[in-house]
Design a protein around this ligand. Structure first.
Ligand code: SAH
Length: 351
């Protein structure tokens, strides 16, 4: 069959244009959005306020395809890690993380990843393909359903935050990720506040330049992980393409642009990048920009030999940054009993 278009791929604006092809008013797109996202009805036959004849047109040309859950693990702290499967059989990881301020889903943007960061288990699987926006929407809907049905057992429970921080490099799949974010943010869609959504990039400068033009208040996180080119070259191959100088100047432009905001710097705490000297260099590097630092205790993976920095080092690093006037926090860890570290579940499942 499948020449049918997945309705989950459409932003409201694109669906309005699509409906116009059938001489339907923009209202038709809003109705469909309401059925899907407000009522979570995925069956055209149940869309009772749409004329029967037009429902037939929809059924002939469109589908509403959710991924299936291939495997799922709920940890003691109620972190849920799901391996979701798309119609072509590809698998990605999606994670539910529970904070005191709300429930957040970590969505993957690609199957595998091209960036090849040395410490990361995702890159081991190389990039297989981009995810469609509807496949990211699908991850969201599946986790939201698990939250309602299995975790909270309450139909009113819902995801309040979303981070595009799973497998893949979001700015290597820019258009689909942006459409996904627009669907999340749309009042007729999931209606999640832009400030509750974050996109994390390893620092694709052309993506940051595009992103600053978007009229969206979505948070931008930058995976920095090293305070100088020598070390960053060793950890992240992307640094050969965009040096820290180029990256930092793109971030400054973003900070200063009309739609720009402060960024979050992500910095994994490894033995080799967590010395006090590194902290000093980091302060100098990011001082000209507007951002705060999220220190991520490294999740050791068996596929490489990187070691997590000791807790004392992590605390000393944070304290130094704070003393120097740069706000730094240590990321809460989730579900380490269930392989919640990036890319680990899929890598293990494949074996
Ligand atoms: N490609 C994007 C988003 C996916 S990675 C990016 O690079 O930002 C999300 C974050 O997890 C990145 O900061 C990444 O460097 C970090 N990460 C990868 N492997 C990790 C591990 N084993 N432990 C802790 N953080 C890890």
């Amino acid at each position: 069959m499948e020449n049918k278009k997945n309705l989950l791929d459409f932003t409201l604006e694109k669906l309005e244009q699509e409906m116009a092809l059938y001489n339907q008013k923009p209202f038709r797109a809003r109705q469909i959005f309401t059925w899907i996202y407000k009522k979570r009805v995925f069956d055209f036959d149940k869309m009772s306020d749409i004329a029967l004849s037009f429902r037939e047109v929809l059924k002939e040309n469109y589908s509403i395809v959710l991924p299936t859950v291939e495997y799922k693990k709920i940890s003691v702290d109620n972190t849920v890690k799901a391996l979701v499967k798309f119609s072509d059989g590809q698998l990605v990881e999606t994670v539910l993380m529970r904070y005191n301020y709300g429930d957040s889903v970590c969505v993957s943007s690609q199957v595998g990843c091209l960036m090849g960061c040395k410490f990361c288990a995702s890159g081991l699987l190389k990039k297989i393909r981009n995810l469609q926006s509807g496949e990211m929407v699908g991850q969201f809907l599946v986790i939201d359903e698990i939250l309602k049905k299995e975790v909270e057992k309450d139909e009113n429970a819902h995801l309040t935050h979303c981070v595009v921080m799973g497998t893949g490099e979001p700015f290597d799949n820019y258009d689909n990720v942006l459409d996904f974010v627009k669907i999340l943010n749309c009042p007729y869609g999931i209606d999640m506040g832009a400030r509750h959504i974050s996109i994390s990039t390893c620092g694709l400068v052309e993506g940051i330049k595009r992103f600053k033009q978007e009229k969206l208040q979505v948070n931008l996180a930058i995976s920095l992980h090293a305070p100088n080119d020598e070390l960053r070259d060793k950890l992240m191959p992307i640094n050969h393409k965009y040096s820290l100088k180029e990256l930092i100047s793109a971030i400054k432009e973003y900070n200063d642009s009309e739609n720009g905001r402060r960024v979050t710097y992500e910095y994994i705490m490894l033995e080799e990048n967590s010395t006090l000297d590194c902290a000093k260099q980091l302060v100098e590097l990011i001082k000209p920009t507007f951002g705060y630092v999220n220190l991520i205790p490294y999740n050791e993976v068996c596929e490489n030999s990187f070691k997590r920095a000791s807790n004392n080092r992590i605390f000393a690093f944070r304290d130094y940054l704070n003393e120097m006037g740069i706000k730094a926090t240590i990321r809460k860890e989730f579900g380490s009993d269930i392989d919640a570290a990036c890319g680990q579940l899929r890598a293990r499942y494949k074996k």
